[in-house]
Ligand binder design. Structure first.
Ligand code: ZN
Length: 136
């Protein structure tokens, strides 16, 4: 089951500058920065009630975030939904015709298992599914 919007991912060019903007907007500081080497991104998280804002900046020009910004500019990159059982949700969604980017969930930022539904099968929106990692 999907039970909430876990976070909204926003692609940014300059993480320091974007952190300042969001700190001013939300009236608080980010609670962590984390690099996800396998995705070529550095992330910064702001807690907003039960959900979060995830700022994403590229660590290299080949990063998916760099390519996204090149094509579409800065802005909303993905919506992440929380589930308690990502394997089960993947199965349900694949049976419903959604195409996932990775065959299996992988470790993501903020201590999560993650996978993504391709925007082509989700009305133009990159959808992330995530589940808390309880093994750490
Ligand atoms: Zn995310």
């Amino acid at each position: 089951m999907i039970h909430k919007i876990e976070h909204i991912g926003i692609a940014v060019k300059d993480l320091d500058q974007a952190e300042k903007l969001y700190a001013a907007l939300l009236g608080k500081s980010p609670y962590k920065r984390e690099t996800v080497e396998s995705e070529g991104v550095i992330t910064s998280f702001f807690q907003v009630g039960e959900t979060k804002i995830e700022l994403l900046a590229a660590t290299s020009p080949e990063s998916a975030i760099a390519r996204f910004i090149e094509k579409k500019g800065e802005g909303i990159h993905h919506i992440a939904y929380a589930t308690d059982d990502i394997q089960k949700e993947m199965q349900r969604l694949e049976e419903a015709g959604f195409a996932f980017i990775y065959p299996e969930p992988k470790p993501g930022a903020d201590n999560k298992w993650v996978n993504f539904i391709h925007p082509k099968s989700a009305g133009g929106v990159l959808v992330e599914l995530c589940q808390d990692r309880k093994d750490e």
